[in-house]
Ligand binder design. Sequence first.
Ligand SMILES: Cc1cc2nc3c(=O)[nH]c(=O)nc-3n(C[C@H](O)[C@H](O)[C@H](O)COP(=O)(O)O)c2cc1C
Length: 276
Amino acid sequence: MEKSMFKFQVDEERCIECGECAADCPAGVITMDGKPRFNEEGGCFRCQHCLAVCPTGAVSILGKNPDESQALAGTFPTAAQMTALIKGRRSVRRYSDEKVAASLIDELLDVAGHAPTGVNAQNVLFTVVKERAVMNALRQEVMERLARLKESGGLPDGFIGQYMGGAVKLWQEEGKDIIFRGAPHLLITSAPKASHCPAQDTLIALTTFQMIAHAHSLGTVWDGLFMMALSLCPDLTERLGIPDEHLVGYAMAFGWPAVEYHRTVQRAPAQVNVVR
Ligand SMILES: Cc1cc2nc3c(=O)[nH]c(=O)nc-3n(C[C@H](O)[C@H](O)[C@H](O)COP(=O)(O)O)c2cc1C
């Protein structure tokens, strides 16, 4: 029963004809005719819900073997654990010298790649600094570029110019890096401007990365100051290998923290507008 393009296959011995794959298909391209039937001409967007929802692992699509998917029963963290992770996460601005192993970074990026994307585009690019030496070189380069702008009067009026001017001063006078907060690693997400939701996809991917990083006891900080530097030195994106046709979503510095938080902060209640 293999269909050419999407390789939709049903293991007839495993299939119990429950219809879950058809009921859950967001594009409605699966119908039940005893067994599931796939409409090749329909709007399948490769979400693999049919493979994921099948209780007996009978459905394969895109050449994926359902037995190679991670089984989920009983594996999710509890709500209390997720609440502690979300409320206990802090922006980390002090980092240890220890580098994060490349294999762990790869694992985190693999998880972040499971973040949802509009129309399942899955085209977020993760641009990552894995090596401390590369990070130090980038830090130096950014500071030098900003210093040159400052010296030539090229910093804009307003808060961006003030922040960047202050960052240069701290770097030059105290060797203090408030742009990357001394972090040993940096992650930038970008996506093709022409895709459906590049701004949303890139931020969701970075948020997902942030949460799995903190679950591993790593520290992260959203890097708005680097985004400001990037807006003043836009050619840096080329230097970082980010394609010209990409929208840069945001940047996040990360590494092993040199700080430990012992309790949550106490935020004001969420502002809620209930529609009646
Ligand atoms: C979009 C965004 C940009 C940020 N940029 C920076 C930054 O450039 N440097 C920094 O130290 N913190 C930055 N932060 C961290 C915020 O200051 C921080 O989230 C806020 O103070 C709340 O603290 P918490 O994250 O520890 O809860 C940024 C946060 C967000 C969401």
